[in-house]
Design a protein around this ligand. Structure first.
Ligand code: SAM
Length: 500
């Protein structure tokens, strides 16, 4: 029976009372007699108990910010002269003492006052300090002796979330030994707000350029962690990450996949979509309930959004208007806007924005509005909804306005001939597999789309693909497109990306 029980307090105290996980972490810590060990957020002492159970002859310093935890720990270990207990805020601790080993289950995203947030921002430049676990990890590395080791249990979001690129950059200055990934449901009954957790083990040593480390995944239960301490660990190794490759990747994202073609793709250091296209998010009026209207075809938001009177719709092509970015003087001043929602190749105009001259002037100064990337409004490009239901989709913008739930992809000058090729790509299974490797959630924000590696085939293949996409686009305008129509498109991109 696995002993897993977690409790919570206002300091994000989810206790690591899981024997298999604590035993694995202490084994990875590799304590030797006489070493100094730090537990910077000790809680009720789960790791200290395991160190004692494994009869390591070491000196332990336990820190916690919570007075109650400190007084409990003092009672619990009162007869142990090798354990010193300190009340402190570890994230702002100034200490001249360094340690051979550090082990922690730090607080994840714990609440911070605005004053503390400011202090952390100054103390940890480049680190996303709102997320406390990153701050704890960096501080712990600083307090490790040269060649020291640390083992932390933290959410897996540091692997590829854009905001953690500063943290990844710092981690790559040291030797990551391994990362083991597992679902947070291994700790039942606790809602962490994180689906995936990880155990990261780091050695404070400068890595060689070709340093590699394994990623372990696929555990059925926490009991499987004991396999990682035996030869059986190979069956959980799903990838080896190479520092050479990680260092070349501008965001230092830890991409890995069980599929060989994806791993090979990220090894190649190819140009990404950003090289060929501008990738930007769209417009927000600041008050859509007032400024946005829908056609009768829209089936949601019926109460919030008024139906558009077709007489008020601007009849002209916005590009023909000499200054569409300054609004329209005419009464017919409502213009089509492309919003989220997954449709392939073509999206009919179902939403309209008030583009009256005065209203537009207001969008430009209203603090709640976002008149962003306006040089791309009314241009031809591809609309990709920021959130995909089942898979990523793309449709032609057809010179319409696009809202902030859309990422607009606009071929750069000289790359316009690739528009239909890219439209096909964003509707392919290949693209979906790549974006889900870059970010495993359903989020397709521009920061992730920008990282998609692009392979450009011969002109002949580009033209053949564009012809097919033209046909698919026409089918989509007639609402005749079905999933099987995509088979040929998927075959083309499977060949380009060597999917086996
Ligand atoms: C996730 S719990 C882990 C406790 C214990 N290490 C375990 O695994 O069972 C986090 C602990 O960090 C403590 N904590 C939160 N913020 C802290 C800070 N700034 N400095 C030190 N400890 C902190 C909390 O009081 C809590 O005991």
């Amino acid at each position: 029976m696995v002993a897993v029980a977690k409790k919570r307090d206002e300091f994000q105290a989810f206790y690591t009372n899981c024997n298999h996980i604590t035993a694995y972490m202490i084994a990875m810590l590799d304590c030797k007699d006489g070493m100094t060990i730090l537990e910077p957020c000790a809680g009720n002492g789960a790791f200290i108990d395991e160190i004692i159970r494994q009869q390591c002859n070491v000196y332990i310093t336990a820190i916690d910010i919570n007075h109650e935890s400190i007084s409990n720990l003092k009672k619990k270990y009162s007869n142990r002269t090798n354990i010193s207990i300190q009340h402190a805020d570890f994230s702002l601790l100034n200490s001249a003492v360094s340690y051979d080993r550090i082990i922690a289950n730090p607080p994840y995203g714990a609440y911070q006052t605005s004053e503390k947030k400011m202090q952390l921002k100054v103390a940890y430049p480049g680190i996303y300090a709102k997320e406390t676990y990153g701050v704890f990890l960096i501080r712990a590395i600083e307090l490790l002796k040269p060649n020291g080791r640390l083992v932390f249990i933290i959410p897996d979001t540091f692997l590829n979330l854009h905001m953690h690129q500063g943290l990844r950059k710092k981690l790559l200055n040291y030797k990551i030994d391994s990362i083991a990934l597992f679902p947070s449901k291994f700790f039942p009954g606790i809602n962490f707000g994180y689906a995936g957790l990880s155990i990261i083990s780091i050695k404070k040593e400068a890595p060689e350029n070709n340093w590699r480390f394994p990623i372990y995944k696929g555990f059925n239960s926490s009991e499987d962690f004991s396999c990682l301490l035996t030869q059986q660990k190979n069956k959980f190794e799903i990838a080896q990450l190479n520092y050479n490759r990680l260092q070349k990747n501008p965001s230092k994202s830890f991409f890995f996949s069980t599929e060989l073609w994806i791993s090979n793709l990220f090894e190649q250091n190819l140009p990404t979509i950003e090289y060929f296209c501008n990738v930007v998010t769209g417009f927000y009026s600041g008050n859509d309930a007032l400024n946005l209207r829908r056609t009768e075809l829209v089936t949601y938001g019926l109460k919030k959004y008024q139906e558009i009177d077709s007489q008020m719709i601007c009849s002209g092509d916005q590009e023909m208007n000499p200054s569409p970015l300054n609004g329209i003087r005419d009464d017919k001043c409502w213009i089509p806007i492309v919003k989220g929602g997954n449709k392939r190749f073509y999206k009919p105009s179902e939403w309209f924005m008030d583009w009256n001259e005065k209203t537009v002037a207001n969008y430009k100064i209203d603090k709640k509005a976002r008149f962003q990337n306006s040089n791309f409004y009314f241009k031809q490009g591809i609309a990709i909804p920021m959130v995909s239901s089942t898979s990523i989709t793309g449709s032609l913008l057809n010179r319409r306005l696009f809202d902030q739930s859309i990422v607009g992809v606009f071929p750069r000058q000289g790359q316009e001939h690739l528009l239909m090729f890219f439209l096909g790509f964003f509707n392919s299974k290949v693209c979906n597999s790549i974006i889900r490797t870059i970010n495993s959630s359903t989020n397709n924000s521009s920061n992730y789309i920008k990282k998609i590696p692009i392979l450009i085939p011969s002109n002949e293949v580009i033209c053949k693909t564009a012809d097919l996409v033209d046909d698919l686009y026409k089918l989509a305008t007639e609402r005749k497109i079905i999933e099987s129509d995509l088979q040929m498109l998927n075959e083309i991109f499977d060949t380009i990306y060597s999917v086996r």
